[in-house]
Design a protein around this ligand. Structure first.
Ligand code: NDP
Length: 252
């Protein structure tokens, strides 16, 4: 990759950024990184206690960094309705006047198993969390994102969202759909103040990775905070001209 992911320490000052799945793993690391760089972060997730812990960790940085107080949105993408997202968008608009960024990070893995064995419910849950919920959420949020001077929307892909892999069933299919949604939005809103891109995190030490590869030594993997340069770059104004791309957080 020829992109330079370096950003200024205050590159997200004045920006309001929504992070889904902010309670653990990569989403938690991104919420902390965005807050350290000056953003007001909105922490969305399904487990309130985890979001509160991230809130506390962010506030504890305020001696060292110019921290803005985060907001918490407890929401399960599996069961959330269009009205939940509209209500969230209304609250964001009333509180902040605009939304500068969304990191669509929350994701469901399902199981790794032969195609013929996947229960229909697992297919439906993975597609609901990884694709449908993000579609409906983006419909609700785009009017608020349009109010920002420059808005960045990031989707989370995977290597199996670019090339299919045996036994990865619904998850791989959902990540292809994620890449597709990003491309549709990027072309539809090209030359507007909004841009849409994907990040493929690459192998990263999280609970999801451990579930997919139970025998692996997680210490040998990149930790979530080590893959943050591309997450910061795509959210900052450094990437204003980048639209419709699928970037690797761990370029080879
Ligand atoms: P984790 O399982 O560690 O974290 C996922 C987060 O999303 C958790 O905070 C989880 O909440 C939240 N979440 C899951 N389902 C829902 C839901 N229905 N509603 C709201 N929040 C939900 O995973 P990672 O950090 O590893 O994954 C983050 C993203 O990166 C995912 O999209 C994943 O597919 C992708 N990815 C990860 C890779 C890796 O190696 N780790 C590689 C390639 C892609 P809770 O903690 O409450 O369960």
């Amino acid at each position: 990759s020829t992109l330079n992911f370096a950003v200024a320490p205050d590159c997200l000052k004045g920006k309001t950024i929504l992070v889904t799945g902010a309670g653990a793993g990569i989403g938690k690391a991104a919420a902390l990184a965005y807050a350290k760089h000056g953003a007001e972060v909105i922490l969305l997730g399904r487990t309130t206690a985890k979001l509160e812990k991230v809130y506390d960790e962010i506030m504890a940085l305020s001696d060292t960094y110019p921290i803005a107080e985060p907001a918490i949105v407890p929401l399960d993408l599996k069961g959330a309705s269009k009205q939940n997202y509209i209500d969230m968008a209304t609250t964001i608009e009333q509180t902040f006047g605009k939304l500068d960024g969304v990191l669509n990070n929350a994701g469901a893995l399902g199981s790794i198993m032969p195609f013929e064995q996947f229960p229909q419910e697992m297919l439906e849950e993975v597609m609901q969390v990884n694709v449908n919920a993000q579609f409906i959420m983006m419909q609700a949020l785009i009017p608020v994102l349009k109010k920002a001077d420059s808005a960045s929307i990031i989707f989370t892909s995977s290597s199996v969202g670019r090339k299919g892999r045996a036994f990865w069933g619904p998850y791989a299919i959902s990540k292809f759909a994620t890449e597709g949604m990003m491309q549709v939005l990027a072309e539809e809103y090209d030359n507007t103040k909004m841009r849409f891109n994907c990040i493929n995190p690459g192998a990263t030490a999280t609970k999801m990775r451990q579930t997919a590869y139970p025998a692996e030594d997680q210490k040998k993997l990149k930790q979530p905070d080590e893959i943050m340069p591309v997450y910061l770059y795509l959210m900052s104004d450094e990437s204003q001209k980048v639209n419709g791309q699928s970037l690797d957080a761990q370029p080879k």
